[in-house]
Design a binder for this molecule. Structure first.
Ligand code: SF4
Ligand code: F3S
Ligand code: FES
Length: 232
C-alpha cells in the first residue's frame, strides 16, 4: 500500500521552529508504525531522531502521538491507523529533537514516590512470604513499562507540570498495596497533596492511553482511598 507519514520535525541545529514533513513510500498493512519510521530513518532521512529499543512493547521508549493518540510505535500496525499517518512527539515535555522529548521531569516524579521496596527491622532469614491474594492486589500496576503515555495524555498535567502524574501514582500503587512493603505511610504523605493524587480530575485519558491496559484511573482512585482511610 502507498502511505504518507507526516512527521513533526524539530531540528534545532538547522532551524529554530518546528515544522511538518511528509514522507511517501510503500509498506505492508501488517507493518508496524515503528517499521515505517525505521524505513524513513534508514532509507530516506537519517537525521530523523526518535527513541526505540526492544521493538516488542517492553521497554516503553517509543511512545509517541500517532494520529493524535499516544501509542507505542512498535505495537501499532499500519492497518489499524490507515495510510495517512501523522506522527508527533509526546505532549507536555520539552522536545529535544524531532520525536525525542526530555524525560528527566518524568523520571524525577517517578523517583519522588520512592519506587522500591522499603522494610523496617532486620532482614528475614527466608524470603518474605506472600499469598496469591496478596500478590493479586497489586498485579495490574506491576505491568507498567514507564512509557509516559498516560502522563502525557493527561490535560491536568498539560496545565501543571508539577502534578505528580498518573505514571508515578501507578508506581506508588504497586508498592503501597504490596503486603511486604513498610513504606506506605511515607508514600501516602508524598501523594496526599495538592500536586499529588488530589490533582487528578478522573479524566480517564491515562487509562485509554496505556499500552499495557493498566486500569490507571482505578489505581489512582485506590491510592486516593488509601490516603483518606489507609491501605485496605
Ligand atoms: Fe505507560 Fe501504562 Fe505505565 Fe503509564 S501506566 S507509564 S501508560 S505503561
Ligand atoms: Fe489525568 Fe488520568 Fe486523572 S487523565 S485527570 S490522571 S484520570
Ligand atoms: Fe520498546 Fe516499543 S521499542 S516498547
Amino acid at each position: 500500500m502507498d502511505v504518507t507519514f507526516t512527521i513533526r520535525r524539530y531540528q534545532p541545529e538547522v532551524r529554530d521552529d518546528p515544522y511538518y514533513e511528509d514522507f511517501e513510500f510503500e509498506a505492508e498493512p501488517t507493518d508496524r508504525v515503528l517499521d515505517c519510521l525505521n524505513h524513513i530513518k534508514w532509507q530516506i532521512d537519517g537525521t530523523l531522531a526518535m527513541r526505540r529499543s526492544c521493538q516488542t512493547g517492553i521497554c516503553g521508549s517509543d511512545a509517541m502521538r500517532i494520529n493524535g493518540q499516544n501509542r507505542l510505535a512498535c505495537k501499532t500496525l499500519l492497518q489499524d491507523v490507515g495510510s495517512e499517518v501523522t506522527i508527533e512527539p509526546l505532549m507536555g515535555y520539552a522536545v529535544i529533537k524531532d520525536l525525542v522529548v526530555d524525560m528527566d521531569p518524568f523520571f524525577d516524579q517517578f523517583r519522588r514516590v520512592k519506587p522500591f521496596m522499603m522494610n523496617e527491622g532486620s532482614d528475614p532469614e527466608r524470603e518474605r512470604v506472600q499469598s496469591q491474594e496478596e500478590r493479586e492486589r497489586f498485579d495490574d500496576t506491576t505491568k507498567c513499562i514507564l512509557c509516559a503515555a498516560c502522563t502525557t495524555s493527561c490535560p491536568v498535567f498539560w496545565s501543571d507540570e508539577d502534578y505528580v502524574g498518573p505514571a508515578a501514582i501507578v508506581q506508588a500503587h504497586r508498592f503501597i498495596f504490596d503486603s511486604r512493603d513498610d513504606g506506605t505511610a511515607e508514600r501516602l504523605r508524598i501523594l496526599d497533596d495538592a500536586e499529588g493524587v488530589w490533582k487528578c480530575r478522573t479524566v480517564f485519558n491515562c487509562t485509554k492511553a496505556c499500552p499495557r491496559d493498566i486500569e490507571v484511573t482505578k489505581a489512582i482512585a485506590e491510592v486516593k482511598q488509601a490516603a483518606m482511610w489507609g491501605r485496605v
